[in-house]
Design a binder for this molecule. Structure first.
Ligand SMILES: NC(=O)c1ccc[n+]([C@@H]2O[C@H](COP(=O)([O-])OP(=O)(O)OC[C@H]3O[C@@H](n4cnc5c(N)ncnc54)[C@H](OP(=O)(O)O)[C@@H]3O)[C@@H](O)[C@H]2O)c1
Length: 330
């Protein structure tokens, strides 16, 4: 229970998605008046059934965003919506950068008290063996997702500088847990097919964060005085190796089947394939799968008193129970 958000009017973008859905329900349970943004008609139905108010709109449409703020009182914005994958590629710029920028401008005009932006550890680029904290320089490398998250952070800081908007940036790692499309459902399906990549003996670093731990951080950032104007990495305690994280899904099946390759072999294959698929950034991914660099969560612990309450063991157990309930795993 986070008393601080009780009674606050909080607009949650991306509420019909994985992280936003958890955040909206948690804020509602904590007594906030949540306005859950629904872009695709019907996707907010389960939130509405839970008693959460739905507001309709597409964040790329400035007039629609303005109309939401004209009609509703908004004290806090939790901006979680993003374009994560797929075409058209122009959506990365439109949704992640341009929409974040005008959402921040309109929030400032409306006198919003706090704008919490969900960025990503993708802003560090494929950092490989380098240890990373929030002061590490960001590294664009031509990947539309990571590069537009960097631009979105820059535009948000610029708007805050020009308008006085109070913001916080959270950079989550690999967000897993019940309902996670990328880091739970996909990995469980790949484990069943024997497709999980155990590269370099699984010694590379993984950056999992259990969904409830991340939502704890986002909710804390919505009101904590020490969060203002700050950036926090949203990762669980580590180090966790790729072998441990992916291996947990293999144990659920259970299976020994996986795509096992030495690091040098994957890097060689990536180098050969790169001229044919330059946009896939294969060499960057190959380096990252072998990379041993750590991402620190110390700043959130020191400044916010946050800590990841759900351990990897418990998070994996909860994920497994959900995967069986839903029939994704037998
Ligand atoms: N999942 C991870 O491991 C991870 C890691 C690091 C950072 N993040 C960040 O966390 C955030 C949420 O990720 P997620 O995994 O929850 O993604 P998700 O399940 O795909 O949800 C994305 C949400 O954004 C909404 N959205 C997209 N375009 C929109 C638009 N033009 N107007 C309004 N809403 C729009 C989607 O609505 P529709 O359903 O209508 O499309 C959906 O509700 C993103 O900012 C992502 O970059 C995620």
């Amino acid at each position: 229970m986070t008393d601080n958000v009780a009674g606050k009017h909080i607009l949650v973008t991306g509420a019909t998605g994985f992280i936003g859905g958890y955040a909206a329900r948690r804020l509602h349970a904590d007594g906030a008046h949540v306005l859950a943004l629904e872009r695709t008609p019907g996707k907010g139905d389960s939130l509405a059934k839970a008693g959460i108010e739905i507001v309709k709109g597409d964040i790329t449409d400035k007039a629609q965003v303005k109309a939401i703020f004209d009609k509703h009182q908004v004290q806090i914005v939790m901006h979680i919506a993003a374009w994560l994958r797929g075409r058209p590629l122009s959506n990365f710029q439109r949704v992640n950068v341009d929409a974040t920028s005008h959402l921040a401008e309109i929030s400032a005009e409306a006198g919003v008290n706090r704008f919490v932006f969900t960025s990503s550890i993708a802003v560090y680029g494929m950092h490989g063996d380098t240890n990373v904290d929030e002061s590490t320089p960001l590294k664009p490398y031509g990947d539309p997702y990571g590069d537009t998250k960097i631009q979105a952070e820059e535009r948000l800081k610029e708007t805050a500088h020009n308008t006085g908007l109070t913001y916080v940036i959270v950079r989550p790692g690999m967000v897993y847990g019940p309902g996670s499309p990328g880091w739970t459902i996909r990995l469980a399906k790949w484990a069943k097919k024997g497709w999980l990549p155990i590269i370099d003996g699984g010694r590379g670093t993984a950056y999992p964060v259990y969904i409830d731990n991340l939502v704890d951080m986002l909710v804390t950032c919505a009101t904590h005085p020490a969060a203002v104007g700050e950036i926090f990495n949203g990762t669980d305690d580590g180090p966790v190796t790729m072998g441990e994280f992916l291996g947990a899904y293999m144990e659920m099946v259970p299976t020994d089947r996986a795509i096992r390759l030495p690091g040098w072999a994957l890097k060689g294959l990536a180098a050969v394939a790169t001229p044919f698929f330059p946009e896939a950034k294969l060499s960057h991914y190959a380096n990252q799968l072998c990379g041993r660099g750590l991402i620190s969560n110390q700043k959130a612990k020191d400044q916010l008193g946050w800590s990841p309450k759900v351990s990897l063991k418990e998070g994996v157990a909860r994920s497994e129970a959900w995967l069986r309930e839903t029939g994704i795993l037998e």
